[in-house]
Write a protein that binds this ligand. Sequence first.
Ligand SMILES: CC(C)(COP(=O)(O)OP(=O)(O)OC[C@H]1O[C@@H](n2cnc3c(N)ncnc32)[C@H](O)[C@@H]1OP(=O)(O)O)[C@@H](O)C(=O)NCCC(=O)NCCS
Length: 219
Amino acid sequence: MTIDVWRIDLEGPAAAFDAACLDAEELRRLEAYRPPAVRRRFGRSHAAVRYILASHLGRRPAELVFSVGEHGKPWLTGESLRFNLAHSESVALLAVSDSVEVGVDVERVRELRNLEGMARTAFHDREVELFGALVEPERLNGFFECWVRREAYVKGLGLGLGAAKTVEPAWLPGAEAVEPRPGWMVRGLAVEPPYKAALAAASADFEVRLRPWPVDERD
Ligand SMILES: CC(C)(COP(=O)(O)OP(=O)(O)OC[C@H]1O[C@@H](n2cnc3c(N)ncnc32)[C@H](O)[C@@H]1OP(=O)(O)O)[C@@H](O)C(=O)NCCC(=O)NCCS
């Protein structure tokens, strides 16, 4: 099985977006963002989600109707197509699957104060232990590798912030993929530095196809 992960450029030369395809709730959120860069990135990521999902379904972007789960995970009303969105600064990732639940996360690796405290708050105890054993220069990368895998897994399950500490470990230092529970797989994604990203899917095995958006017409 192949899962598409679209890498959406939120700041490229074609950074304009089609606001006409957004629904009332998306327009309300768009208007609420004050800094122009944040507003532009939100509009661009949501318009891209609509264009990409509509092309998978053979529908028009504005026709798509979204609902949200108990903890805020969006899904497409009346469709079996599954997707999940994540964004960090100028990059957004959109995972799309025909049939299985997916979760994705991307973060820009950056210096943070109190990595240990954050790890204790958000990581599983086993991951805290593994992270604590890392030495420089692996510590910062290890922190973000664990963070994005954990977040992708929590998002795949459609849980909220409260679940971050309690779901099964999803990271092992140096491992490309981890099976946190039977029927789920979490793996790293090959995005460019300084970003780290991961995909979780309700499938024992899957291939990942990373695809750029917007699609280069010359390809
Ligand atoms: C909301 C949450 C799902 C992710 O928040 P985030 O890191 O700010 O945002 P991301 O870029 O990863 O993803 C945002 C997108 O996920 C989707 N989303 C929202 N709630 C979701 C949920 N419960 N499950 C899955 N996807 C969700 C939406 O499409 C959202 O996009 P939008 O805001 O443009 O509509 C939530 O897990 C959270 O608040 N996490 C905080 C970080 C944390 O403590 N992580 C612990 C794991 S290490």
